[in-house]
Design a protein around this ligand. Structure first.
Ligand code: PLP
Length: 401
């Protein structure tokens, strides 16, 4: 589609559904999924979409229809996945610091479980002896002082330390636990494929300790560009190199391991746009603020992670560029962007925040008693409302008065 046509379409969508509004492009999610899958050349690959990135049930269904599995971090995400039609065995539950009761509820649903502490491993081994488990390892990829791989550090709360391998083995052997998978998700940036693969070999050393292992899950860490100059994962190159290493490992052990990944951001970030309307253009002595009909209650990433979202004025795409600070309506510091060059902005203009598919709506709240935005899915170019805008009843639900 032509750029100008797309801008018109977006304005029409905002007129129809109102702002603030999230719009997701189904084609983009599909093409990212295919790009991901096609990057690897291994006998058995399974992608589990990490649904905490964007958990609207229509998006879950879309990934199910593409053949994806699901990565869930809570009982409620598991329940949403089942409602969306995922088979229990296609869901992997990877929580952190949850209760034994929640684990048991998920086990009762037939979902695959990932255990991330020794206490739970021991407990489940005793109480649910026939349930196969996956074990989440923290490989401390920081070892070696590599600043490209920065999470999974020694004091991270996730996973069981790789240094505790002897203890894991002792528990597994004494209780006869069926370890069907080994998992790592460090959140590390996969920017330099070679270095990541070197680190992955630490994980292989764990896998070979357990004969029962059927799959190895490398989590995620796939980066996308938020702005010009950002580093991102070259997925084709990573897939090619990683596939070779993985196949060699399988061959050396005479076993067809299944390879799993759990991308979230990679699949949905770029498919999403967030549209807000300009309420006020406010000149102060030091800068020009643009105040929009939204805030960090809807898109917290800039305030929370100092994340960068490109912002375009789709109502005046050819206007002269000016320097602005884009801020929200929350009664606290609420900055989306500082000192940005944006086409001249007037009251009533619509701003587009790019890369708003992942960790935007799913982190939205009702702070300041504001309604959360509506969500629209663009399917074959047709906009379809997939979440209604909230009303006062939603704010009052469960309040006793
Ligand atoms: C959040 C999460 C992911 C997805 O991470 P992205 O950066 O969105 O790709 C994958 N696996 C687990 C266990 C997670 O917690």
């Amino acid at each position: 589609m032509e750029q100008a046509e797309m801008v018109l379409d977006n304005i029409r969508i905002c007129e129809e559904f109102g702002t603030p509004l999230f719009v997701y492009n189904e084609d983009k999610m599909k093409s990212q999924y295919h790009k991901f899958v096609n990057a690897f050349d291994v006998p058995a690959l399974r992608v589990h979409y990490a649904c905490k990135a964007l958990s609207n049930i229509n998006v879950l269904r879309l990934f199910k229809d593409l053949g994806s599995g699901l990565d869930c971090v809570s009982l409620q995400e598991v329940q949403l996945g089942l409602k969306a039609g995922f088979k229990p065995e296609d869901i992997l539950y990877t929580p952190n610091n949850v209760s034994e009761d929640e684990y048991k509820d998920v086990i009762d649903l037939g979902v695959k479980i990932n255990v991330d502490n020794l206490q739970m491993l021991e407990c489940l081994g005793v109480e649910c002896p026939h349930v196969p488990v996956c074990i989440r390892i923290n490989p401390h990829l920081m070892a070696g002082g590599n600043r490209n791989i920065s999470v999974g550090h020694i004091d991270s709360k996730f996973g069981i330390s790789i240094h505790q391998l002897p203890l894991i083995q002792r528990i597994v052997n004494s209780l006869n636990i069926d370890v069907e998978g080994i998992h790592v998700h460090t959140g590390s940036d996969i920017i330099d494929s070679e270095i990541f693969i070197k680190a992955a070999e630490l994980v292989f050393a764990v896998v070979e300790k357990f004969d029962s292992v059927k799959y190895v899950d490398f989590g995620s860490g796939f980066k996308i560009k938020y702005k010009e100059g950002d580093l991102s994962t070259d997925i084709d190159r990573f897939g090619e190199l990683f596939s070779k290493v993985f196949i060699k490992f399988s061959k050396d052990h005479n076993k067809d391991y299944e390879l799993k990944f759990e991308p979230g951001k990679f699949l949905v970030s770029e498919a999403g746009d967030f549209f807000t309307k300009v309420n006020v253009v406010k000149q102060t002595t030091s800068c020009t603020f643009i105040g929009v009909d939204s805030g960090f209650n809807h898109l917290i990433r800039p305030m929370f992670y100092n994340a960068h979202h490109e912002i375009e004025n789709i109502s005046n795409p050819n206007g002269a560029k000016k320097v602005y600070s884009v801020v929200g309506y929350i009664c606290e510091t609420d900055t989306f962007a500082s000192d940005r060059l944006i086409s001249e902005v007037r009251t009533g203009d619509i701003l587009r925040f790019k890369n708003s598919g992942a960790y935007c709506f799913s982190m939205a709240s009702n702070y300041n008693s504001r309604f959360r935005p509506a969500e629209v899915l663009l399917s074959n170019g047709e906009p379809k409302l997939i979440r209604k805008r909230e009303t006062l009843d939603d704010l009052l639900r469960n309040q006793i008065y």
